[in-house]
Design a protein around this ligand. Structure first.
Ligand SMILES: *Cc1c(COP(=O)(O)O)cnc(C)c1O
Length: 375
């Protein structure tokens, strides 16, 4: 098979944020307000509308520059002093572990389950709990995690639980309730489903936690006074809030388009011997990524697809624990992560992928299976 001469390449992701025309009314408001950052009117409106979209009580969240900053802030605010570790799944994006290190803790990598790609409190049964400053639970590619169970576990152990639902806007809006022991962070990055370009949505139903997280991301300003606590600059600007507000306006349509294209992909791939994540036969939440697992190593499949103009990505590589910068951190048994991750590949996916592109992806995978069987 020769290289895909004459074909355009199909990108692995093609985000679509609000257009210039969608943004104009919001930008004009900024012109009027002459307020450009520092928790201005658009910031406050965006936070309020997000809370409303999820049916949260008023003022249940703050907005930050990105999800990594939100995770870092809340780990600083809620993490138990004098304890070294934050448990987190090895199967996640590197940002989860980066936030742990930035908050002054050591990542302790834990394994995930084969079907959910996440872990439950059971996975921590052999951990030295008295060494845990916090636990981070990752909602993999926006799919659900047992929130109620984690809330109860946190209440029982006194250990804070932070949900990294970076790709999970849909999940959070539909499933998160006012759990008293959980903090949840959603990414509003351009590659996620609801976006402000860059941004993070930090949700907590405890007013003190929110107040302290806000101070952590605003130079330590607490109740109008500076210097009572350390602080950083994690603020979301009015311009990012404008993009977020415009995105929120068309959320229902974005959601429908993702779901419709997801179903189309599933239908096209149906004849092939592969499994799709999220599992389409179970309730799932929309995601901006589309994953398959096959018997072919992901790097083999990726190179075969590349020859056919289909770009792919191993979004989480083979786990954070394998990355050089994280190789020295402690971990439990990671046999499931090590077993499944080399076979997982992210396919091209976007709200406006054409039927023709989906067919090309399917045909390229079918050819890769053929090549694999021949070698
Ligand atoms: C995207 C992502 C992040 C980082 O979010 P940012 O807003 O880009 O900082 C963190 N964790 C997971 C699981 C992600 O998918």
């Amino acid at each position: 098979m020769s290289a895909a001469v004459g074909y355009s390449q199909i990108p692995v992701m093609r985000p679509q944020l609000p257009t210039t025309a969608d943004l104009v009314p919001f930008l004009q408001e900024i012109d009027q307000n002459r307020y450009y950052s520092n928790h201005g009117p658009l910031y406050r409106r965006f936070a309020r509308e997000l809370d409303q979209s999820a049916n949260f009580p008023v003022s249940s969240s703050i907005l930050v520059g990105n999800a990594t900053q939100g995770l870092t802030s809340v780990l600083r605010v809620r993490g138990l002093a004098g304890r070294p570790y934050c448990a987190l799944p090895a199967w996640s994006f590197v940002a989860s572990a980066a936030a742990v290190v930035e908050a002054g803790m050591q990542p302790y990598f834990v394994d995930v389950e084969e079907d959910t790609w996440a872990y439950s409190p059971l996975a921590l049964r052999d951990m030295p709990l008295d060494k845990l400053a916090a636990v981070m639970v990752v909602a993999p590619f926006g799919q659900s995690v047992p929130l109620q169970e984690w809330d109860e576990w946190s209440s029982l152990t006194g250990i804070p639980v932070i949900i990294d639902a970076a790709a999970g806007f849909d999940f959070v809006v539909q499933e998160l309730e006012a759990y008293p022991n959980l903090t949840t962070v959603v990414s509003l990055h351009a590659t996620k489903t609801l976006s402000s370009g860059e941004g993070g949505w930090l949700i907590d139903f405890n007013k003190d936690v929110l107040r302290n997280a806000l101070a952590d991301g605003n130079f330590g300003y607490l109740d109008g006074a500076i210097g009572q606590t350390f602080g950083h600059n994690y603020k979301m600007s009015e311009y990012h809030a404008a993009v977020g507000l415009a995105s929120l306006q068309s959320w229902d349509m974005t959601r429908r388009r993702f779901a419709e294209r997801f179903n189309k992909m599933v239908e096209a791939l149906e004849p092939l011997p592969l499994s799709v994540f999220p599992n389409p036969s179970k309730p799932f939440f929309i995601s901006s990524t589309f994953h398959i697992t096959t018997e072919m190593p992901a790097d083999f499949l990726a190179s075969e697809l590349l020859k056919r103009g289909v770009l792919t990505r191993q979004w989480w590589g083979e786990g954070i624990h394998r990355l050089k910068a994280y190789a020295h951190f402690p971990r439990g048994d990671l046999s499931m992560t090590n077993k499944i991750s080399p076979y997982i590949l992210g396919l091209p996916f976007s709200v406006d992928m054409t039927d023709g592109e989906i067919e090309r992806v399917r045909d390229a995978i079918a050819e890769a299976f053929y090549v694999h069987a021949m070698t």
